[in-house]
Each structure stands twice: as C-alpha cells, then as structure tokens.
Design a protein around this ligand. Structure first.
Ligand SMILES: [Zn+2]
Length: 313
C-alpha cells in the first residue's frame, strides 16, 4: 500500500461588506440593545430584516422594533464547539422567532444539555458586554419564561451608525489527496511536475485529478511536463493580502508548462511587473523546504508564438 498523504488545510479570508440602510439599522440597533425587523407589503415582520420583499421584490424599509424575547422554533445540539463559535461550551443552534416577528433568527442557546432544549421553549437575548454593531452583539439566547413582548415602530435613526462589517470566513479541514494528486505531490518533492494524459482526447492534465472532465474517463498514463512553461495570461495584483509577505504590485499568471494542456497559476518574479507579457517563457524557482515552486522567473528565451499556446489561454 502506498503512503496516504494527509495535511491540514486552511482557507481563510476576511470578507468586507458595506451595509445598506436596513442592515445598517439592524446591526447598529443590536449595538444599542434594540432588535429591529422590517415590515413587508403584506404586513409580515422579518427578523433578521432584508432590503427587498421576498414575495414582491419591492424595496422595503419600514422598520419595527421587536422584543428581545421569543420562542424556539427548531434546534440542533452542538456537543463540540469549534474555534470562534459564539460559546465555548456545548450549546444548541436555535431558530428563534422573536415576539412580534414572523420569521426566525439563527443563533445559539446557552443550555446545560440537549434535555434542557425543546421546540416551543421561551428564550431571551443575552447581550454581549462589548457591542460593536454585529450579530455577535447578541452573545446568545438563554431560557426565560415570559409573556410575549410588544413591537413598536422605529425610525432606524442612531448616532454613529455602523456602515460596514468585516466577516471572517474560515474553512479548516484535513485534506487527503487521491491517487493522481498523491503522485503529483510525490513528484513535486523531487522537483518534477507530473501530469496525467487522457486516453481518449490525449490532453495532459496538470495538476491531475484522476479523470478527464471532458471525456469522463479515468486518466492513468503519467507524463512528466515542464519544468519550463509559457505565460498564457496574467494579472497585476495591487491589493496586499493579509498574511502574505509579497510586495505589491506583483504578477500572478497562468502558466502552461511545456507538454501540459492545462495552465496552472503561479506568481512571476525576477522581472518588473510591467514587463510581464503573454508568451513570456518562465521556469520554476524552488524554495528550500517547500514542495512547490516559490515563483516562476523568465528563462531569457524568445517569447512563445501565440499560435503555440492560444488553445490554453
Ligand atoms: Zn479526455
């Protein structure tokens, strides 16, 4: 049996979004311990609010303050909280219909165990100590027996409204490559690039996925490609990425390695960013201790003729 490769993989980026008037009022309201919904054309109150009526698509902005108490409409127990979840002790994910609302809000309920949670139970908001204008201003919900609370119209006006939020998105998982990708990674460890040829259309895929997406057949003929290649297209990156120690501007390019029928993408170095061009011939620059080339640099050969790589753009 071959060794099975496995590695932790994290895909993470902060997503910055600006808020329209309705979302701005909702999140600023949370900062001020006020839960706002929006009334639709047929009189329903939506919490969390949206900017457009889901039935008629009309723009809606008629804000309503609902109660900070409500009823659990459904739930699921989470026995093992993960990093950055609202509570670090086991909790229930709940949909809560706040008093005065017709829709339910997804949040978490602090409860000692699943036996303490049921659909129909009464709950209330537990406000976070430090509130910034985010859904996490509601720290969680907690069990609370009470009569249904009241609603009241609200003008949505606050001092220093929140106009934008940063939402971190993070996926972390353990990745286990299949047969084709394992062979590709093992060859990379020897600084060789190995693709697979489709037995039907004869295309060489790099990196290989084990099957041809066009013909739908398994690919098992290994073909060494590169190491040199041709820039088929590229972009100049002017935005500094967090946690990435590369000076901007820099060039990220699609590179067709010699013998490959699919371009891979990599950074181009060793040449001023404004001199990179389609057809530029490049070669990998390997980084000590890394399985992947750190970047590609010009070989000094004449540029490739467009006809040679036009099918790969
Ligand atoms: Zn094929």
């Amino acid at each position: 049996m071959p060794d099975v490769l496995s590695a932790p993989l994290v895909v993470e980026f902060p997503f910055t979004r600006s808020l329209g008037p309705v979302q701005s009022a909702f999140l600023t309201g949370l900062r001020e311990r006020t839960v706002l919904g929006v009334r639709t054309g047929d009189g329903k109150v939506l919490v969390p609010p949206v900017e457009y009526d889901p039935v008629t698509a009309q723009e809606i902005h008629d804000l309503v303050e609902v109660a900070a108490t409500g009823t659990v409409t459904t739930w699921a127990w989470n026995p093992r909280p993960r990093r950055d979840q609202p509570l670090d002790t086991p909790f229930a994910w709940v949909l809560v219909r706040l008093d005065g609302a017709d829709t339910a809000l997804l949040h978490v309920l602090d409860a000692p165990g699943p036996e303490a949670v049921r659909t129909g139970m009464r709950v209330r908001v537990r406000w976070a100590e430090d509130r910034t204008g985010a859904i996490t201003d509601i720290a969680c919900f907690e069990p609370y027996d009470s009569e249904p609370g009241e609603t009241a119209p609200h003008d949505g006006e606050f001092t220093e409204p929140v106009t934008g939020i940063v939402t971190p998105a993070r996926l972390d998982y353990t990745y286990t490559p299949g047969r084709a990708q394992s062979a590709y990674l093992e060859a990379l460890a020897d600084r060789r690039v190995v693709g697979e040829r489709c037995p039907s259309c004869r295309k060489v895929y790099v990196p290989p996925r084990g099957a041809c997406p066009t013909c739908g057949v398994a690919t098992d003929e290994r073909v060494e490609v590169g190491p040199r290649g041709t820039v088929t297209t590229y972009c100049v990156v002017n935005i500094k990425a967090k946690n990435l120690d590369i000076e901007i501007p820099y060039v990220y390019a699609h590179i067709a390695l010699d013998g490959a029928d699919l371009a891979l993408h990599a950074r181009i170095g060793g040449i001023p960013y404004d001199q990179v061009r389609m057809g530029l011939r490049v070669e990998p620059v390997w980084t000590e201790g890394s399985r992947h080339p750190g970047h590609y640099r010009p070989t000094g050969e004449p540029d490739a003729d467009y006809d040679v790589y036009k099918e790969l753009v």
